[in-house]
Write a protein of this length. Sequence first.
Lengths: 415, 291
Amino acid sequence: MKTMPPNWSVPALLCATALGLLTSLTPALAADPIKIGVIAEAQAIAGASIPQAAQMAADEINAKGGVDGRKIEVITYDNHSSSADSVRAFQRAVNEDKVNIVIASYISEVVLALEPWASRLKTPFVTPGAASNEISKSVHADYEKNKYTFHGYLTSAALAQSVCDAAKELLVDQKHMKSAVIMSEDAAWTKPLDVGYEECLPKIGLKVLDHIRFSPDTTDFTPIFNKIEAAKPDVIITGISHVGVQPTVQWKNQQVPIPMFGISSQATNSTFGKDTNDAANGVLYQGVSGPGVAVTPKSVPFADGFKAKFGNYPSYAGYTAYDEVYYIADAVKRGGSTDADKLIEALEKTDWEGTIGRVQFYGKDDPFTHSIKYGPGLITGLMLQWQDGQQVAVWPKNVAKSEMKFPSFIKLTSN
Amino acid sequence: MLALQILIDGFAVSALYALGAMGFTLIFGVSGVLNLSHGAIMVLAAVAAWAAASVLHTDTYTGALIGVAVALIASFATYFAVVQPIQQSKRIPNEEKEIFVLTGTLLWGIMIQELIAYFFTNNAKTVLPIIEGVVNILGVRTPKNEIFTAVVCWVVIGALWLLVNRTRTGKAVLAASMNPRGVTLLGLELNSIYLVVWAIYGVLAGIAGVLLGMFLGVSSYSVGPLTASAFSIVVLGGLGSVSGSLIAAFVVGYLETVTAYLISPAYRTIPALLLLVAVMYVRPQGLLGRR
């Protein structure tokens, strides 16, 4: 049996082996790239922006000479929205592609599946878009084990607070609304979100009349909207991410006369208008940034640059993923190393003004350890509305571009 | 009020299920093929109609026609690329061909599903309704499009009935479903009957897909559930029985609607599946099945 390739001579093979040995023996040079693995839902609207935005940030940093001469290399993996695929991608990223850190997923179930793997493989890991409180609560509960995980997006508790803060001004103070029905999909991230809603809505003066949770694979929302309408609330407070297009279109087709306000992840992407044939008009959704909204001086140039490159504005997870690459680069620079422990230490000291606000992480003693801080001067979130096929900021006042506008079938009852 | 609501919503959903399942059962009845790429073809039709309207900016009618045309092409592609080569293969033993067709069409469906997700993302798309607005039926606000959906479904089902029972081609199709060998003895080419059936199937699946896209919206995730729902309706009604499928579609449609309204939208599909299991125990050939 012949095992040697036919055209290879013995000396050539020896040379190749020697070369191979040489390269593998060379110590890591300062010019070795910083490798960031990006595991995301490339086929989903919200997830597709993650690898694109990460690559964009890496290209910008590299164009300016990288981090102390080290280039940033982004290696992307499509997880098909599956936890199992994500775990395999994570293992491959660490064991074979030797990444230094991983940015992964906007789905809480996926992130919760990856969290133990970050600990086992001792590789820092940041999520740009998952919200479940459990992600950072586990870091708090067992810091030594779970310190590898960072929550680069708001927790469900903070999201609920952000929605309530906006609802107080927009719905209660401006429109004198008094009651609400919570409508949320049954998923890991909405459990704490709903707890947050139930707690903060009554405090701002919105009585919760009913609370409807539905399966994320629901396609016919008619019964849900009918049930909501029967309760006669002034507003529907949403917690939806896996679904978005279908409830929005059916809300419009059935002319449900009640406005929708809250978290609607799919609405954060600029293609949502087209996907819903503009049924999105009137939908109010929480965001961390948005097209044309100058949350910080970096927000608008990023969103416009992204659109010029990829043809659409980024989803919410695009903004966070872009910031993450930057503050990872910043942490590598400050810590002077890509070594996991040093990187974690440096990341914990992050104070970075990104596209969504000023990013800092909660510490070891806070209940949401390693989650980004929520609050004035840091990140507060915004409320945006789809108006005439565009995403327009309506809250807070300092970035608002317009008043709220509703399609004609909406009846604002407490006006 | 609630009863009327259930009656109206259930009717539209059931009519849509019936239309979707009809082509599926027809193909099985005539050629013994269980086409597991059914859901994929329906979704393809809806996504094509959506893409035509929002990317190419056609009007809604043209968009819908493009959707149906794409389903027709996909139907023939399924037949020529997957089903026919397996049926004519000399290397696959005859008794294993059904399994091969089942697997082949399943994989074909997954390929279509992944292509849709790759090019158009796996987020849901909705086709712009041909008729917009709502009407008030005895206090129940009903989208005109829902009525339109039900009407089109019944018109198409009626047309299919006329085609099968009143035209020569249709009678040949009917005969082939009863006794394929007898049809060949009468001098009819079985292959051309198959072509007719796949053409009818493509049009039915296309119309059902586009209407579904208008009524509820579809995503690449809908592929599996759509195939499964057509499959269970057809099994419930009796494999190959068109009228059985019609009845089963209404049973399933109303059972789901009643569950969604009276129990919880989260448990919508469960009672219908339990019924399917029960029918399998008591009457394995289905409600109106012959075999």
